[in-house]
Design a protein around this ligand. Structure first.
Ligand code: ADP
Length: 434
C-alpha cells in the first residue's frame, strides 16, 4: 500500500509538530530522521514526515537533501508532497524556502504551489500577506533578533520574492471568505498571470479548511503545521484516506521510566521543580562534568538503584536544568558552547547506557538535548502517538538490542504544562491499560 502524504520538514522539532497534527487529524504517521537508507514497513502508515536539517544550511545542501527526500517519498507512492517550514517563515534573503520550493515543484512537474505558514491556534496568522505573531508584525515579534534567520520584513510576498526568480502572488482573506470555489478560481487566475508561488492569508481554522479544500490535489503544498490539521479531511473526501479509529495507537509501553532534562527554559524549570516535589532527581553540574566523569558515575548509580527495583516503577529525573544565574556562571567559566556540550554529552551517554539496561519509557526536555539523545540512541524513525500536551506526542522507536519498542517523548524547552514530566507517564500507563 502507498502512503498518502509525504512531508519534508526543514528541522527536527518542526517535523514532530507536523506529524503530531497529522495524527490528530486522523493519519497514521511515521517521522524519519534524514532520508531512510533501508526499506521501511509502511503497511499501516498514511503519512511520512522526513526530518531534515535544512533550515539554515547552505542553499545547495538544502535543495539536494530535499530532492533526495522527495525521491524517497515518491518511491513510497506519496500522492501529495508537503514542504514544512516554521510558522514564522524562518529563512534568509538567500533562502532556503524559495529555492527548495522551486526545486521540488520543478521535479514534481507542478505549475503552482501555496505558502501557508499560519498556525492560528499558536497565534501565527497572515493578513494581506503580512505575518503576525500574536498582535505584532513578524519583524516586531522578537524574530528580528533571531541569531540564524533574523526576520526583519513581515511582508511575505516581498520576502519570498527575494528568494525566487518566479512571480509571487497573494491569496487574500477577502477571497477565502467567498469559499472554496472562489479560492480555486483565484488560484487559476493567478496561474494565468504567471504566478507560481501564492502566499495565503489565514486568520483562523476556517481559512485553513478553505485553503486545504482548494489545494488538496496540488502535487506540492508548503507551509507550517497548521495546514497539516486541515488536509487529512480533504484526503478522506477524495477517498485517498480511510477513517482510522485510533491513528495514534502505539504498542504497549514497557520498561523503567526516566526523564532527562537539559533545557533551562522557564517552562522546563517549573516542570523540574514540580517533578522533584513528587519524585526523586539527580542534578548534573557542568563545572563538575568538566573536571571528571565522576558525576556521570554517580548519576548512573542513583538511577540504577531506583529504576531497576522490582518493587517500584516510579520515574526518576536526571537534570542539568538550572536557573539563569547558575547557567551564566557555568558559561562564564567554561564558555557557553563547552558548557552545553558537556551537558549534552553526559545526558546522551546516560540515555544510551540506561536504555540498554532497561529504561523503556523516556522523556527528554530540550531541543538540542533531544537531538543529542536521539543521535546517541541511533534513532532513525519514530512512530507518532497521542500528544501529552500540544506539540509533544509520545512516540515509539525500535532500538537495537531491545526487544520491545522504546517509548520516547521529546519536549522542546517552552512546551508542556507544569506537571508534564509526571503526567506524561500517566498518559502512557493509561494507554497500556486500555
Ligand atoms: P531548549 O529547548 O529549552 O532551548 P536545549 O536543549 O535546546 O533546550 O538547549 C539548552 C542548552 O543548554 C543545551 O545545549 C544544554 O546542554 C545547555 N545546558 C543545560 N544545562 C546547563 C547548565 N546548567 N549550564 C550551562 N548550559 C546548560
Amino acid at each position: 500500500m502507498s502512503i498518502v502524504l509525504g512531508a519534508i520538514a526543514d528541522d527536527f522539532t518542526g517535523a514532530t509538530d507536523l506529524a503530531n497534527n497529522l495524527v490528530r487529524a486522523g493519519m497514521r504517521t511515521l517521522q524519519v530522521i534524514g532520508v531512510p537508507q533501508t526499506a521501511l514497513a509502511l503497511d499501516d502508515v498514511d503519512a511520512v514526515v522526513v526530518a531534515l536539517k535544512s533550515r539554515s544550511c547552505p542553499v545547495r545542501e538544502a535543495i539536494d537533501d530535499s530532492l533526495a527526500a522527495l525521491a524517497w517519498l515518491q518511491a513510497q507512492g506519496a500522492r501529495q508532497i508537503f514542504f514544512k517550514y516554521c510558522s514564522t517563515f524562518d529563512s534568509t534573503d538567500a533562502g532556503n524556502i524559495g529555492p527548495v520550493a522551486d526545486a521540488l515543484l520543478e521535479r514534481l512537474g507542478g505549475i503552482q504551489t501555496v505558502m501557508v505558514p499560519a498556525f492560528p491556534v499558536n497565534a501565527r496568522t497572515v493578513y494581506q500577506g503580512h505575518l503576525f505573531v500574536g498582535d505584532r508584525l513578524l519583524n516586531d515579534s522578537g524574530m528580528q533578533h533571531h541569531p540564524l534567520n533574523p526576520m526583519t520584513d513581515a511582508d511575505l510576498v516581498r520576502v519570498l520574492s527575494r528568494q525566487t526568480p518566479h512571480d509571487v502572488g497573494l491569496l487574500a482573506k477577502s477571497t477565502l471568505a467567498e469559499g472554496t470555489e472562489a479560492t480555486r478560481s483565484r488560484l487559476d487566475a493567478l496561474h494565468d498571470q504567471g504566478v507560481r508561488h501564492v502566499i495565503c492569508d489565514t486568520l483562523d481554522e476556517d481559512d485553513l479548511k478553505v485553503i486545504a479544500a482548494a489545494v488538496a490535489e496540488f502535487p506540492l503544498v508548503t507551509g507550517g503545521s497548521g495546514l497539516g490539521q486541515a488536509l487529512p479531511a480533504e484526503y478522506r473526501r477524495l477517498g485517498w484516506l480511510h477513517p482510522v479509529a485510533d491513528p495514534g495507537r502505539l504498542a504497549a509501553a514497557s520498561g523503567a521510566a526516566l526523564v532527562l532534562s537539559g533545557s533551562c527554559s522557564r517552562a522546563t524549570l517549573g516542570q523540574v521543580e514540580d517533578f522533584l516535589s513528587r519524585h526523586e532527581g539527580f542534578a548534573l553540574d557542568p563545572l563538575a562534568l568538566a573536571e571528571s566523569d565522576e558525576q556521570i558515575e554517580q548519576a548512573l548509580t542513583f538511577a540504577r538503584e531506583r529504576l531497576f527495583d522490582e518493587e517500584s516503577s516510579a520515574p526518576v529525573l536526571i537534570y542539568a536544568s538550572a536557573a539563569p544565574e547558575k547557567v551564566k556562571a557555568a558559561q562564564q567559566r567554561l564558555g557557553a558552547a563547552r558548557a552545553g556540550e558537556l551537558v549534552e554529552r553526559a545526558l546522551a551517554g546516560l540515555a544510551r547506557t540506561l536504555v540498554t539496561e532497561g529504561v523503556g519509557r523516556l522523556v527528554v526536555a530540550g531541543g538540542e538535548t533531544s537531538g543529542a539523545v536521539v543521535s546517541a540512541l541511533e534513532v532513525t524513525e519514530l512512530r507518532i502517538g497521542e500528544q501529552v500536551d500540544p506539540g509533544v506526542p509520545w512516540t515509539q522507536t525500535s532500538i537495537e538490542g531491545r526487544e520491545a519498542p522504546l517509548s520516547l517523548a521529546l519536549k522542546s524547552g517552552n512546551f508542556g504544562g507544569v506537571d508534564f514530566f509526571s503526567r506524561a507517564f500517566d498518559a502512557l500507563s493509561e494507554e497500556r491499560g486500555s
